[in-house]
Design a protein around this ligand. Structure first.
Ligand code: GDD
Length: 409
């Protein structure tokens, strides 16, 4: 058996995802009409002999309960949410739940960050990992030298694929090969994590002994320390013939900001063409709206036949799209109303918002810049004939005048 673990973080993380993360845990924000975490979960379905999927996070259980039960039924694989009382770091979180994860004695454990967007070539990784024969294999990708320092940079042996050197977000350039946040490990990973925390504890004890402090002070019996997978485990194990790399030539992006979520929504929509084309709407129906490129529309959304939609548009539940509306590159969330002849381009329109007749909500479409896409938070009202350009509007605001390059608090 093989199990998969997805790290979902918690409410104190994902701050760059505001204002969208004010309403919903970031891992549940819809990309291509499906919760962010749904994409790695459905990729796990392709792993042979998959026994269980665990989500580890420090969000309240209730936030994930509905999703976890519906996805378990849909995939016919048990998906369980395991709650940390506080953040223990990516390796510490995994270690804390080792008994549950090892319950059915799996031979391998996949570990995935929930905030990456890629094709998750998991069966291919498993096969490569078996050949390498190490404790772990990391998914890596080549990125531009300028962008590499936002990630873990690494050097691998071009012949054996062994991980030779690893530095997390280095200040000076090390390599344009980076850690994708997708791993496969043997159960030995738990010994490695235990190894570093014992080392730390011993050092702390030594320090206390030398300063005549009592060994029985509170810290001695402290629970597992905060252990990060990258800095604390990968860096020291590089070059020890235990870790290997598997390079993907497919797409890969990290989803830290709303702008990147719009880009990744588009990447997943185009992947649907190959994996689940029934989730895309086709533009052939003579009575339906004109559809251009990859578009997802929730079955409960109502779209006027004279609207023109796409490419890269996802429309969530109960949205109403009026006559003559034009939508390009946008995410329209639940219960949004877009009135006749409005235009939305490079934007995310929050739950229950409404956009008036002949209004425009748009942006330049630079996914990496702060105001490169326009975001309307929950229940924002844009009145008729108002233009909103390159702006972020916080929840529950009403706009009756046009704005440009503004953050409306
Ligand atoms: N449950 C839990 N508990 N999850 C956590 C915790 C924790 O204490 N800390 C982080 N996570 C989750 C986050 O939600 C995210 O999915 C993942 O673990 C990694 O988050 P960070 O540790 O904040 O790292 P990062 O995203 O800045 O960078 C990591 O991922 C990059 C790829 O996206 C690093 O591993 C980089 O090297 C890597 O390039």
């Amino acid at each position: 058996k093989v199990v998969a673990v997805i790290m979902v973080g918690g409410p104190t993380k994902g701050t760059r995802f505001r204002p969208l993360s004010l309403n919903i845990p970031k891992p549940l924000f819809p990309l291509a009409g499906q919760p962010m975490v749904h994409h790695p979960i459905s990729a796990c379905k392709r792993i042979p002999n998959l026994g269980q999927i665990f989500l580890i996070g420090f969000y309240d259980e209730r936030e994930f309960a509905l999703y976890v039960s519906s996805i378990s039924n849909e995939l016919k694989v048990p998906v369980r949410y395991l709650r940390e009382d506080k953040p223990h770091g990516s390796a510490g979180g995994l270690y804390n739940f080792r008994d549950l994860i090892m319950e059915d004695s799996p031979s391998h454990i996949f570990l995935l960050n929930c905030d990456v967007c890629c094709s998750f070539p998991l069966p291919e990784m498993l096969e490569a990992h078996r050949k390498f024969g190490g404790m772990g294999t990391l998914l890596v990708i080549k990125v531009s030298a300028e962008s590499a320092n936002q990630f873990g940079e690494l050097v691998a042996d071009p012949v054996t694929n062994e991980l030779l050197h690893y530095t997390e977000k280095p200040e000076t350039f090390v390599s344009d090969r980076i850690n994708c946040g997708v791993y496969i490990f043997t159960p030995d990973i738990f010994n490695a994590i235990e190894g570093v925390s014992t080392q730390w504890k011993d050092r702390a004890d030594l320090r206390r002994l030398s300063s005549f402090e009592s060994l029985h002070s509170a810290t001695r019996n402290a629970p597992t320390h905060f252990v990060r997978l990258d800095q604390d485990i990968l860096s020291p194990l590089a070059g020890k013939k235990q870790l290997y790399t598997y390079e993907t030539l497919d797409f890969w992006e990290q989803i830290k900001t709303p702008g990147m979520s719009l880009k990744c929504s588009g990447l997943y929509l185009s992947q649907f063409r190959f994996t689940t084309p029934h989730l895309l709407v086709s533009g052939d129906g003579t009575k339906s709206a004109s559809i251009i490129g990859d578009v997802y529309v929730h079955p409960s959304a109502k779209i006027h036949p004279s609207a023109k939609i796409g490419p890269n548009v996802s429309i969530s539940a109960n949205a109403r799209i009026g006559a003559g509306v034009r939508l390009i590159s946008c995410i329209i969330l639940d219960n949004v109303e877009i009135k006749d002849n409005a235009v939305v381009i490079h934007a995310i329109v929050g739950w229950k918002s409404s956009i008036g007749r002949w209004s425009r909500v748009q942006a330049s479409g630079n996914y990496n810049s702060k105001l490169g896409i326009t975001i309307l938070g929950e229940a924002v009202t844009v009145e008729d004939e108002v233009v909103v350009i390159n702006s972020v509007v916080l929840p529950h605001k009403t706009l009756n005048v046009s704005v440009q390059e503004e953050i409306i608090l």
